[in-house]
Design a protein around this ligand. Structure first.
Ligand code: TNX
Length: 486
């Protein structure tokens, strides 16, 4: 009798103990009383019935049905046509969070469109519903902007990347580049929408903008440094160059966001806001004059002034701004949501002030970080986050749990930064199997970390989910240990 071995675990699962071949009959309907993204699934000798709270709920029910059919249901090609054996029973399911995100950094290393589409499929199979694309950074600009063509003509390409950043990490030492046309991005958005996944674009400002300044030197603090001499950055870390706080720069980026809104229907638009170094602003007569004119006390307030500008601009267009937790510095813009990456601090502060928060702490769910302390791990960067560590990640910190502010945490996200992840196979290796554990944290109503049944999760991984990942061709880190050549 086949077992269910579902990942993420559903809210309620009752199997009758009987099973039979899947007839292929699936009846679906929507009953809004179930609530957003919820579904029930009944399987029996007469087929399967899915009732969704909305179309997304129906879709998540179909993903569960696929898991019930066994790992072969995830193959593109079947070795021999055979009916799937399926357990009979009933499932009632509803996600814990409605923002279940995965961030892909395509700026540090570009991933071709087909690889992004494949990640959309992988997210769908794990009932994740937000794909956050980190489209711009110091080392590359990856989105075509028609009114500013140099952003990709110049900003999407970099020379040989420097070796080394920390030890014993090594880098590719290769020239690198690539970008998505607006048609590519529309295709990704449409493909994701069919799978009930929202693509949230990120245009990072006012820090992490070196590639943009290399393309258009007037965007930088030209009264402090020779911005015309800058090339797309070939190093890693925390870049000193920030955008100039001028009206011309705001206009330029309004033009960028005009095109971004045209491509991405997402309600939330990510404006970055992280790790903006302020020394150029401190040295810049233009920036200092601007601060005096605006009556601002310090450079943090100047940053906040820029973020507030885009908060108002996006709100006026029916969208919402989200940014990394540094946007709290100098005062949080009124309508802003916060993606909290530095432990839970900024997220707690923002939630307590009534703002929406997505928890994605670097200490817990950074998929670029190493997965074990084994020296053979191929990507030996960051702190160790094992599969079990990710399974025991709790998005709601104790300070918020049970308070009225808990519901301000609208979701959680795992982030794959790609300084050290320069190929699809390395992206797979870093992302899986940990994204499966993360998906269960984001979807299932797990108990507090110490009470979680990790052995049961492992059993479901070992008995079915690794086989599903195999069937989907995912180059995951195997439970037996690292693949040092990956
Ligand atoms: C911090 S998380 C960054 C990224 C790096 C990452 C490496 C965040 C908002 N900023 O720029 O890629 O660490 O783990």
């Amino acid at each position: 009798m086949p077992e269910a071995y579902l990942i993420p675990a559903p809210r309620r699962l009752e199997l009758t103990g009987e099973s039979g071949p899947f007839t292929g009959e699936v009846q679906t309907r929507v009953d809004p009383s179930l609530g957003p993204e919820a579904y029930t699934l009944t399987t029996s000798a007469s087929g399967a019935e899915i009732v969704g709270g909305d179309e997304a709920g129906v879709f998540w029910g179909l993903q569960t049905l696929r898991q019930l059919q066994g790992p072969d249901a995830f193959r593109r090609a079947r070795i021999s046509p055979h009916p799937f054996e399926m357990p009979y029973g009933r499932i009632e399911d509803v996600p814990r969070f409605h923002w279940r995100g995965f961030m892909l950094d395509v700026a540090r290393h570009f991933l071709p469109k087909d690889d992004v589409l494949r990640y959309v499929d992988l997210l769908a199979a794990h009932k994740l519903n937000v794909l956050h694309l980190h489209l711009t950074d110091d080392q590359g600009w990856r989105i075509e902007i028609k009114r500013h063509p140099r952003l990709t003509e110049v900003g999407a390409w970099r020379r040989k990347t420097r070796l080394g950043w920390g030890e014993p990490v090594t880098y590719d030492e290769r020239p690198h580049g690539g970008f998505y046309t607006q048609d590519d991005l529309r295709e990704i958005v449409a493909y994701a929408a069919e799978r009930h996944i929202t693509v949230v674009p990120e245009i990072d400002l006012p820090g992490h903008s070196h590639a943009a300044i290399a393309a258009y030197p007037e965007l930088g603090n030209a009264d402090v440094i020779d911005t015309a001499a800058l090339e797309v950055w070939t190093e890693w870390g925390f870049n000193p160059h920030s955008l100039a706080p001028t009206d011309e720069v705001l206009d330029f980026y309004e033009g960028v966001f005009d095109e971004v809104l045209d491509i991405f229907p997402s309600r939330f638009i990510h404006i970055g806001g992280d790790e903006c170094r302020k020394e150029e602003w401190r040295a810049s007569p233009t920036a200092q004059a601007r601060m005096r004119d605006l009556g601002l006390k310090n450079e943090d307030e100047l940053q906040s002034w820029m973020i507030r500008h885009f908060d108002r601009w996006l709100t006026a267009r029916g969208r919402r701004l989200i940014g990394w937790d540094e946007i709290l510095q100098g005062g949080l813009a009124e309508g802003a949501a916060v993606a909290c990456w530095r432990w839970y601090y900024g997220g707690m502060e923002a939630a307590e002030a009534g703002h929406d928060v997505v928890m994605c702490p670097q200490q817990e769910v950074y998929l670029d970080h190493v997965q074990s302390s084994d020296p053979d791990e191929p990507v030996p960067f960051g702190w160790v986050h094992t599969l079990e560590d990710v399974y025991r990640f709790e998005p709601i910190p104790p300070r918020l749990a049970g308070t009225p502010h808990e519901s301000n945490v609208i979701g959680t996200q795992a982030n794959l930064w790609t300084e050290v992840v320069e190929s699809r196979s390395r992206a797979d290796y870093q992302t899986f199997p940990r994204l499966a554990a993360f998906a269960e944290v984001a979807w299932s109503n797990l108990p507090l970390p110490d009470d979680r049944d990790y052995a049961d999760f492992e059993r479901r991984m070992n008995n079915a989910h690794y086989a599903r990942l195999d069937a989907m061709g995912v180059a995951y880190r195997p439970p037996s240990g690292p693949l040092p050549w990956q």
